[in-house]
Design a protein around this ligand. Sequence first.
Ligand code: GAP
Length: 535
Amino acid sequence: MEMDTLVALAKRRGFLFQSSEIYGGLNGFWDYGPLGVELKRNVREAWWRDMVTGHNELEVPPGAPSAYEMVGLDTTIIMHPQVWKCSGHYDMFCDMKVDCRESKGRYRYDQLQGRWLTCKGKRIFVATEAVGEEGLADTQRKALKFFDLRPKAAEELEWEGDLTSLAPLTAFEDVLGPDAKTLGTLTEPREFNLMFETYCGAVRDEQNKAFLRPETAQGMFVNFKNVLDSTRVKVPFGIAQMGKSFRNEITPRNFTFRSREFEQMEIEFFCHPSTSRAWYQYWRDRRFKWYTDLGLAGERLRLREHAPEELSHYSCGTADIEYAFPFLAPGDFGELEGVAHRGDFDLRSHMEGKLIRQGDQLVVELDSEGKPRYRGSGRDLSYFDDETREKYVPHVIEPSAGADRATLAFLCEAYCEDEAPDEHGKPTKRVVMRFHPRLAPVKAAVFPLVKKDGMPEVAKAIYGALKPHLAVFYDEKGAVGRRYRRQDEAGTPFCITVDGQTLDDGTVTIRDRDSLKQWRVKKEEVLDQLQDRLK
Ligand code: GAP
């Protein structure tokens, strides 16, 4: 499936629109349409139900070291600025950027690639943001233009191998930037903080500066004590939260994959340090299974352990759950969720102040006067176990998922083209979104076969009876075959049709989206049948 095909379907059927499209759109921002909003809500609700409300704290789940509790939170998007200073985001939440003096473009240093070539006695490096085949084609196009050659003269370009990263280059004077016409227009790489800034109150000065949260996680750490004091939870337990996060990404791209405003679904799981490795493994596997249970399967999903050099300065282990999105080069995967073993870094940072690694220790970073660079809250965020009488700072395992990335992966996975008989019984191409029934935006559609003979009245009564229980859709316009096709494109698992026989014996047909099988049931049994099959 080409990404463009999915993007077109998403717009045509109301899954996703570009934000502020009538004004030309705003890069990195996306709106969910009528079908998209239901799909994303179902993703979020499945996560909340499976991780929080549906979790049975009295049983030991398969693979878990013990039983555990789960609670939820909903914290603010704007938090005290000190939160971001102690967490490290204020100083360290940066990407390296490269600017182009000619085109005024701004690029992520780690995403620029290119190829060396020689032509007309000159050796240059042609840079591109594109990857794979597209990257090769893009560099070829740019090189032809730069050397003023026609496509026919492409053999005059002597390429040196495949696309490589810009990173090993120490100087850029021979580099042709992605949108430049001349050489040497790219600046040195510089740090760029990704947090959006704003001001609280009427005075726009440094004192009142605040940040839109770049992750939901900090809301859980700073409320650790509140949760302990207001509930009867005991370690091990997890706090879950979902909500908007904001990152001023340098190059938002690939549909919703890298957006500037997006939604996260995060768990901070607190455990005793001696069991943290076992909990890390549990959460890694538990979260992987969540995606496979909801239909992401096969070779497009993988679990990748980070190599030690990839780990953040505080992390003792991280694994990414990754999906082979169609916009990536063959063999490449994009992150859906990170599961990180964060040790006691976060709780200690909010107690003591911003931490840095010194050897194998985390110590408070000091300023030139030997005082903490960013002071912590000074609150005691340790845990007292009244059975063992032990006091300790719990370790944290963090499964951190993106609701938009998960929704995008479910959209990509669902897209399918096959053949089905049209209204004349002739096999024709069919586009069908094979969503897992739990995620499907509409669960069932109700049709009268024709708009006469009392069929609409019966169909409307069935629709009315289903509506309080399920997301259902009523349609009586056009040929029934066309109506089925529209529901297939929306990913509706079942269609219920009222026909001539219904008027005689009170039965209707139920059609299955995937197998195309149809069977008859009594109209009073439709709800039970659907609820059974939607589980
Ligand atoms: N608290 C840890 C944390 O925020 P992260 O890997 O930066 O970790 C977690 O983000 C998840 O949030 C990612 O796996 C991804 O699903 C989602 N995410 C991060 N940046 C995103 C962006 N710019 N657009 C969409 N989703 C994003």
